[in-house]
Design a protein around this ligand. Structure first.
Ligand SMILES: *Cc1c(COP(=O)(O)O)cnc(C)c1O
Length: 396
């Protein structure tokens, strides 16, 4: 007998749950890539990709995962010998910095550890100290998926403006786009990268770089043909911009996913993610009242609405994850980038998730805690249910 048989839930922070409608849109014969429907469909993605990032600027589509978008953003903006300022609040911004290092770029890092947001005062000091203007770009992650911290990206723009430093503000919204509020133009972000397999609910394989006129003005004189963002910004140069065969089925899937986001409304999607996140936090606060388990990010204002990182002590993280997956069909995320990894786990709640799924996660973790004997406080399922019952609250 296994209680895991039935429909499973992959509650890892990406890839996220794919809507059946997205899968159906992709279940088709190969289309003609030279003319016809696929061209119109690709053109139609552009305004909606801009809308989801809340920008009137440019978006380039790449065939590749989020790492490809990292490299694309760098390949267009910085050269060997330039410096970038990496604001590390977890594994992902460090990874973006490593990508820059591989391109011969000097990396200056402010590391805030694994459980704290960016400290804007320290960024201000670093920018003021850079009298020569060596720093060409700030690399920040909106939501670092390894720690589930959410950073104040608009605050970074204020620091740049206050100090008069003209570095580009580059943000990674791979985990947060469509889940946590992000406003590229209003927040003064110059370059933003994201990918399709998290809040955008499409199988991994395409990614995007949004960039504004300022970033395009300082674009490198030489950019490798494949990563150049300019041709990829114009779907009319259909083949050229993909530099080869278009990612045909991803485009169909993404079209449907963006239709779903549009039908719900971006504000409603943010409110849904926020309410579901609050339900999860309420449960963890009860569990954490007794025993070792607690939320990785103490301040709710700096917690992501898309992913929740939890500290539970070694080897409890793996014990709980394995029980949930093997005995109940719920896959939780590993303690990525943490040491020891089995002292942590993460819950992905991004994209195609609703109240019954989140109550399923909370109830299953409750069962897992009992089954594995991890000490925990009571009342968690009730606390989550109360948040759900109260309905959608104000968005932040
Ligand atoms: C998932 C993720 C990445 C990496 O994206 P891949 O598609 O796996 O390359 C980078 N940054 C953040 C914040 C992420 O969540």
């Amino acid at each position: 007998m296994s209680l895991a048989n039935g429909r499973s839930y992959l509650a890892i922070p990406g890839p996220s749950v794919m809507p059946d409608a997205v899968l159906r849109a992709m279940h088709r014969a190969s289309p003609n890539i030279y003319e016809g429907e696929l061209h119109d469909l690709t053109n139609s993605l552009i305004p909606d990709l801009k809308a989801v990032a809340q920008t009137d600027q440019n978006v380039a589509i790449y065939i590749g995962n989020g790492h490809a978008a990292w490299e694309a953003a760098l390949a267009n903006t910085v050269s060997e010998g330039d410096t970038v300022l990496v604001l590390a609040t977890g594994r992902f911004c460090i990874g973006w910095g490593e990508m820059a290092e591989g391109l011969g770029v000097k990396v200056q890092t402010l590391d805030y550890g694994d459980a704290a947001p960016i400290d804007l005062a320290q960024v201000e000091d670093a920018l003021r100290a850079d009298k020569a203007g060596a720093i060409k770009a700030i690399l920040a992650v909106h939501v670092d998926t390894s720690t589930s911290v959410k950073n104040d990206i608009a605050g970074l723009r204020q620091v740049l403006d206050t100090t008069g430093h003209d570095a580009l503000l580059m943000a990674d919204c791979i985990a947060s786009l469509g889940c946590d509020r992000f406003e590229m133009d209003a927040w003064g972000v110059d370059v933003m990268v994201s990918a399709c397999q998290k809040g955008l609910m499409t199988p991994a394989g395409i990614s995007f770089v949004w960039y504004n006129a300022k970033a395009d003005a300082v674009r490198r004189k030489t950019v490798s043909r494949y990563w150049d963002w300019r041709p990829r910004t114009e779907p009319d140069y259909y083949f050229e911009y993909f530099d080869g065969t278009a990612p045909t089925h991803h485009l169909y899937g993404l079209r449907t996913a963006l239709d779903m986001i549009k039908a719900e409304g971006l504000d409603a999607a943010f409110a849904r993610h926020e309410t579901l996140a609050r339900a999860i936090w309420a449960a963890f606060e009860c569990w954490g009242a007794e025993g070792p388990m607690h939320l990785n990010i103490a301040d709710p204002a700096h917690r992501s609405h898309a992913v929740t990182s939890v500290v539970v002590g070694s080897p409890n993280g793996d014990k709980l994850r394995h029980w949930c997956e093997n005995e109940a069909g719920l896959t939780l995320g590993i303690g990525l980038g943490r040491s020891p990894a089995d002292a942590y786990f993460r819950v992905g709640h991004m994209g195609h998730v609703n109240a019954q799924m989140i109550m399923g996660v909370v109830g299953t973790i409750q069962a897992g805690l009992i089954a594995t004997g991890i000490p925990h406080g009571g009342g968690a399922v009730d606390a989550a249910a109360r948040v759900i019952a109260a309905g959608v609250g104000p968005t932040s």
